[in-house]
Ligand binder design. Sequence first.
Ligand code: EVA
Length: 599
Amino acid sequence: MLNFSELYPVSNEIRQAQLLDGLWRFQFDPQEAGEKEQWAARGLPAPISMPVPASFADVFTEAWQRDYCGDFWYETDVYAQEIRPGQRYFIRFGSVTHRCRVYMNGVPAAEHEGGFLPVVAEVTALLRPGRNLLSVKANNELNETSIPCGTVLRRADGSKQAAGYFDFFNYSGIHRSVCLVRTPEEAIQDYDLTYRLEENRAFINYSVDAEGDYGVCVELRDRDGALVASAQGKTGELIVENPRLWQVRNAYLYTLTVLLKKGAQTVDRYDGKIGIRTVAIENEKILVNGQPVYLKGFGKHEDADIIGRGFSYAVAKRDFECMKWLNANCFRTSHYPYAEEWYRMADEEGFLIIDEVPGVGMMRSIANFLASGAGKSNGFFGDCPDVNLLLKNHKAAVEEMIRRDKNHPSVLGWSIFNEAETITQASHDYFAPLFDLAREIDPQHRPVTGVLEKTSSLDRCQCYPLMDFICLNRYYGWYISGGDLKGAEAQFIEEMDQWAEKNLRVPFVFTEFGTDTLDTLHKLPSVMWSQEYQSEYMDMNFSVFDRYAFVQGELAWNFADFQTGQGVFRVNGNKKGLFTRARQPKDAAYTMKKRWEVK
Ligand code: EVA
């Protein structure tokens, strides 16, 4: 259950969510002077302006600013017209990457570890009528005790350099919207829902977490606003006759209204959209409303020009339009939970989401895909400096993600890691409690998975038995036998035949396969990096997938080109997009579109 009104902020006749986005003040703090010099109380000594939400990196023209690693501060003025008695006030950040301390008028109000989930600071006792100073001390260093994993190197000039054990730029800042939220003193904190379908009838069991000794009333309305079911009490059942189901790419959303009542008076109210649907795994099938679904889509990133990892409705809208154009129905939030707006839009559009925590970099290499291609593997859990602390942070991320996202009909399942080291007993002992936790706290008991790369091979991987469906990242024809699609195909089939022989009776989903492709390069016959090669590679992969009935999904890597760190194997970023970073299709997008029209 949520604490301190982490629910997505809404405004109605009782609650208020005041958006604080805009141009904030900003300052780097390489000497870590901000706390000693009381920047939170006195204001930033030499601020520049900075847009919120956005990453700070790509608004700059100097490399040291773009690549800055360490402490940095944001501040803004919050104007409170009145402080109403009997109300609680919160500042809610969609995320601050990777960790932060929040101050209101110089007083610490919250701390948060992890850069991809909400941060909520209660400021009821700190907020004054009139102008208030909201300050955030943030930090974007990477280490091996928090996720995503990485380390900090020192450049020749002594400055810090973030070195992630992962293949995406370490974008940082206030990436999502910030709100001043007002709720009643005793408020609705959270609600859980589970669904059961019978012929012409849906049963929705609900449980409301609300403070105070009030009556709880729950109402369900259809798209036209007609009341279709209601119930009383903190827990109960709504019965919907002839329900309109939420279906893949054919979504239907109802509005659930939760009311806290004192006699006839409404003390609190929260409205959320919900979709009536079930998800399940049965043998080799992924079922939505009892019907098998084949997953078609992408691993994505929150990544765009200039705003970096900052949320933009325009970018998200364009991405959904492109995915719909391709006949896709699913994406994975590789490699971290995305802004909540993505899930709300997916709910509306009927997309499925594999929701992933930032459990990435649990192999000591930024290029484990290269190492594994060469048959090398990298350790992690055996010599991680403080595995208990890492596990604590990982558990917190799993818990916060599931708490935040559990009521979205779009969420199909939870991914606990991407390409971690999984071949030791230590890795099994590390991951088993995380899988247990996810199963325990999701009221809908959605499937739980992890994403395996090549070194987690069938004979060595200790973790695949933990998974409800198995996700594989495979690059036959790129990192393995690049340029030789025939040879790559044979190797791919050889591996898949081994999985087939195991007869695990669970669905397999390819969560990554792809080739770096320059949108400017054409070559006949094809070569690696050309548009022709990307299309031929996709066709080869599809022909392998189609040989195995247990393959129940294909999420290509990546939806669009995205920014990474610098290095000899990335040309200003990862170019495996089916779209360019400006969201224009490469040739292979047409290959996907054609296949997914009929698949
Ligand atoms: C790649 N391969 O090589 C991708 C990475 C990704 O970007 C992987 O999971 O195995 C990773 O993050 O393009």
